[in-house]
Design a binder for this molecule. Structure first.
Ligand code: DSN
Length: 446
């Protein structure tokens, strides 16, 4: 893809052609292949600009008005702005915008709410939970005792397909294990997570309740998913998934927990905050407060639903029978019992369809091989794709998997994918096929 130049940075990186080439290659990959990873998105040019700003130079351990180094007058304003915009967007009393990632935000919340050895009730990794929800591979399981709930069994009844959070199990486990904390939230669950039943169960056993909103944060901000703010004691979320901001995270809580949460993030877990990322979070919070973002959030869900229906028509089974959010979990076995998630991901990559293999509930295959694929609609909706394009994507995906042993067919699908992506460039105002100048007055993707 020579001549395809992300003009925002090209000049500044001219002195380092090796890195410039890699940035250009990645920009071309993002623009010429389909981005269907459910946790990814295309940030706005304004978010990119803040992330690439001189704010990266500043050390600012502490919080606005209470820093350990001098020269933080401007940084204080930046972080205060981000905190105000976060609390206003989500209707929260307090926000900590310093967590570097979702895993750090979750660790900080646990550290604030728990003593080592305390019991936590969270979602099973192989039913959709996250590594930080107590996976044996995560430090969380070495510090705290995790007990896991899962989803109900799949059923053949189309009206009640199952594979939804088993609240009877959550209640039974809570009663038996007496956790100090109950965690809601997932990385691979395509249905709405209602925070209220979790709150009721937590109250019944005297547990605290944390909602990990990493995936639905943008849908919550856009008003198309129920907000856990004011229901959960603590809400953690990442800023780079459906929220469409920079890579990073934030924590929301009431005033009563503000000091504990802040002390847990710094000095409890992190050192100097990444204030360039904090500024970019501020930009994203403002963008997510605009009416266009609510429209975007609704389109993300409509597109995911259209993709789910079209994939069903191609012979795939959707875990839980469909989706309520930006995400789909596809069971490949009815389509082809021999096809693993690993093989599917690899051939789809060669066809320019980027997604990730994923376990499905009670997957007979390992987490490395899997029987499922996870897909998401957030990024390509940002690029401007709609339901018609989702149906085209379902067809391309299905054809790729049917013809996975024929590299000529895969190569021709790769060309079709590139043609589709060319109709929906993620950064029309920053990039120019042929290396032309960026358009003035960039308004952002979509
Ligand atoms: N890696 C993220 C995801 O893909 O959902 C979770 O940490």
């Amino acid at each position: 893809m020579s001549g395809w130049t992300p003009t925002l940075f090209a000049g500044w990186l001219a002195g380092d052609p090796e890195v410039a080439r890699l940035v250009e290659q990645e920009a071309a990959r993002q623009a010429t292949t389909l981005q269907l990873i459910a946790s990814e998105n295309f940030t706005s040019p304004a978010v990119l600009a803040a992330t690439g700003s001189v704010l990266t130079n500043k050390y600012s351990e502490g919080y606005p008005g209470r820093r350990y180094y001098g020269g933080n007058q401007v940084i204080d304003e930046v972080e205060d702005l981000a905190r105000r915009r976060a609390t206003s967007l989500f209707g929260a009393a307090h926000a900590n915008v310093q967590p570097h990632a979702g895993a750090s935000a979750n660790l900080a919340a646990y550290q604030a709410l728990l003593e080592p050895g305390d019991t936590v009730l969270a979602m099973r990794l192989d039913h959709g939970g996250h590594l930080t929800h107590g996976s044996p591979a995560s430090i969380t399981s070495k510090i705290w005792r995790f007990v896991s709930y899962g989803v109900t069994p799949a059923s053949d009844d189309p009206d009640e397909p199952g594979e939804v959070i088993d609240f009877d199990q959550v209640a039974d486990l809570a009663k038996r294990e007496q956790p100090s904390l109950i965690v809601a939230g997932s990385t691979a669950y395509a249905r709405t997570i209602d925070p209220r039943p979790f709150r009721e169960i937590a109250d019944a056993v005297g547990a605290r309740f944390m909602f990990d909103a990493a995936h639905p944060a943008g849908l919550i901000a856009g008003g198309v998913h129920p907000s856990p703010v004011g229901i959960a004691d603590v809400v953690t979320f990442t800023t780079h998934k459906t929220l469409r901001g920079p890579r990073g995270a934030a924590i929301l809580c009431g005033e009563e927990l503000a000091k504990q949460i802040d002390a847990s993030v710094f000095p409890g877990l992190q050192g100097g905050p990444l204030e360039h990322a904090v500024a970019a979070k501020a930009v994203a919070f403002a963008e997510a407060a605009r009416p266009e973002f609510a429209e975007y959030a609704a389109e993300v869900v409509a597109n995911a639903k259209a993709l789910a229906v079209a994939l069903g028509e191609e012979g795939f089974r959707l875990v839980s029978g469909g989706t309520d959010n930006h995400m789909l979990l596809v069971d490949l076995r009815p389509f082809d019992p021999e096809l693993t998630g690993k093989v599917a991901q690899e051939v789809l990559d060669r066809a320019g369809i980027t997604c990730n293999r994923n376990t499905i509930p009670d997957d007979p295959r390992s987490a490395f091989v899997t029987s499922g694929l996870r897909l998401g609609s957030a990024a390509e909706t940002t690029a401007g794709m709609g339901e018609e394009e989702m149906r085209r994507i379902a067809g391309l995906l299905s054809r790729t998997l049917r013809h996975r042993h024929d590299e000529r067919v895969v190569a021709s699908i790769r060309a079709e994918v590139a043609a589709l992506c060319a109709e929906f460039p993620p950064y029309p105002t920053l990039t120019a096929p042929g290396g032309g100048p960026a358009a003035a007055g960039a308004a952002g993707p979509g």
